[in-house]
Design a protein around this ligand. Structure first.
Ligand code: NDP
Length: 455
């Protein structure tokens, strides 16, 4: 297959034809990255920061054009796409402002005259990125990576090739030198070859567990550093003293924004018995107000899913869960006459052995898990192979904090939706992956943490 078509998830129409790159085109980009690295790494930090700031400004200038591409390729609501682009611009400004502090050598007292740690760039990082936040997922690794002095090659998900090209053109417009960042339109076999190339020193993936096993396995064989940001099945723990209205509004937002296709979306709603009926009633009423339709329209509040095959897969998980005893309180059947839309769906009485309990539901389907008390809520929250995020909802912040500390995950929030924030580290435990993005931790992941010791 040397070319393929992308499909608009709302209209079902062909959107764009992608030509896969041949070996010569890939070689040209690998060579350019390798050539660009030493000069880029040696460039003063304030010059790198100035370019990154310009990239942020270009994103802001071009936000309407870019949102149209996102909407056409993966169906995101216009308003959500604009918010994503703005977040990327802010991340560029943030790393431009903070990289010097994060990369500052750290003195460590020993018996030596001087001993310290330096954070040195490592080379060309290969990024394999998903379609669900097609701009943010890229800037999340790219902004810190470029400030650290690395260069990067991006293999984006096959349904968002024009988003990849938009990112490249933003960096070109900002004035980044040739070879510092480029896009590879390649398939997964070609991606495996790129990762084996000695000019690529590390890989970062955001995507499924399946992709993680394949890419981390390949990186392991090559003894190359990898960061894996994989799926999640975040718990949303509702305790008996939660503020119901605030909690329900947050539950709907966390589960149904981006058509539920968010790794850190709340997926398992673990509700203690005394408040369960009241929570469920309000949750169903509020989620039922989400309106599916054209993602460009202001009155549409539920995006279509990104691809029809993903919608079909989700529906299979719903049917299998219902077959094992889950009760459909809302939705549960694909939206007729649409390409990839699935309605806001809520399943009650979810328990072990059902896909809604055991697997990630990457779409607008909420699973209600009823428990007797706080201790059982914690046990059920941790009864998953995933460990990305989790949240606790309670009128008592100290109680919430105690519960949050017991959650086996990379980010536990109290009375707030789990979200990625450039100031805070982001990443998972268990099968949600390893390594951290964002904040100071993220910029250090792809550096050589080098000890210098002067006796
Ligand atoms: P994938 O994990 O297949 O796609 C993510 C990225 O990985 C894409 O760029 C994809 O490329 C690439 N990829 C996949 N397999 C390989 C491989 N063997 N070698 C190199 N690159 C690879 O996700 P899907 O689009 O199939 O979505 C399926 C599920 O993945 C979702 O239902 C959800 O559970 C999970 N997911 C999680 C995300 C998260 O944010 N954690 C994001 C997206 C998906 P290509 O598109 O060319 O196959």
């Amino acid at each position: 297959m040397s070319s393929y078509e992308t499909i608009n998830p709302h209209t079902g129409q062909s959107e764009h034809t992608v030509q896969l790159m041949d070996a010569a085109a890939i070689e040209q980009r690998l060579a350019a990255a390798s050539k660009a690295f030493p000069t880029w790494a040696a460039r003063p930090l304030d010059e790198r920061a100035a370019l990154l700031r310009k990239a942020g400004e270009a994103l802001t200038r071009r936000r309407e054009d870019i949102q149209r591409v996102m909407t056409a390729e993966m169906g995101k609501l216009r308003v959500e796409a604009l918010a994503e682009i703005d977040k990327c611009a802010q991340a560029c400004a943030y790393y431009a402002d903070h990289a010097a502090e994060y990369l500052q050598p750290k003195e460590i007292r020993t018996e030596a005259q001087r001993s310290y740690v330096r954070y040195e760039p490592i080379g060309c990082v290969f990024a394999v990125m998903p379609w669900n936040f097609p701009i943010w997922q890229v800037f999340r690794f790219l902004a810190p990576g470029l400030m650290a002095g690395n260069v990067a090659l991006l293999k984006h998900a096959s349904n968002v090739p024009r988003c990849a090209d938009a990112i490249k053109s933003v960096l070109d417009e900002a004035g980044f030198p040739a070879g510092v960042f480029d896009v590879l339109h390649i398939d997964n076999d070609q991606a495996a070859e790129v990762l084996r190339d000695p000019r690529v020193v590390a890989v970062t993936l955001t995507g499924s567990e399946r992709a993680g096993r394949s890419i981390a396995g390949n990186a392991g064989e090559q003894l190359k550093k990898s960061v894996m940001e994989l799926g999640g099945s975040d718990a949303f723990v509702v305790l008996d003293d939660a503020d119901l209205d605030k909690t329900v509004a947050a539950a709907v937002k966390s589960r149904f924004d981006n058509a539920g296709q968010t790794c850190i979306a709340a997926k398992r709603f673990i509700v203690v018995a005394p408040i369960a009926d009241a929570f469920v009633e309000k949750f169903v009423a509020a989620a039922g107000k989400r309106v599916a339709g054209d993602p460009q329209r202001e009155d549409v509040t539920l995006a279509p899913m990104a691809r029809a095959d993903l919608r079909d897969e989700l529906h299979k998980q719903v049917k299998a869960s219902v077959g094992k005893g889950a009760k459909v309180l809302l939705g549960g059947e694909p939206v007729a006459g649409t390409n990839a839309a699935y309605p806001a769906t809520i399943l009650d009485a979810v328990g072990p052995g059902m896909p809604a309990y055991d697997e990630e539901l990457f779409g607008p389907v909420a699973a209600i898990l009823r428990v007797s008390d706080e201790a059982e809520a914690v046990r059920v929250a941790n009864d998953t192979t995933y460990g990305l995020g989790g949240s606790v909802w309670t009128g008592d912040a100290a109680r919430g904090e105690r519960v949050a500390q017991q959650l086996e995950c990379g980010a536990a929030f109290v009375n707030a939706i789990v979200k990625s924030d450039v100031r805070l580290p982001f990443g998972g435990t268990k099968r949600s992956g390893f390594g951290r993005e964002l904040a100071e931790h993220g910029i250090h992941e792809f550096t050589n943490v080098k000890t210098v010791y002067v006796a």
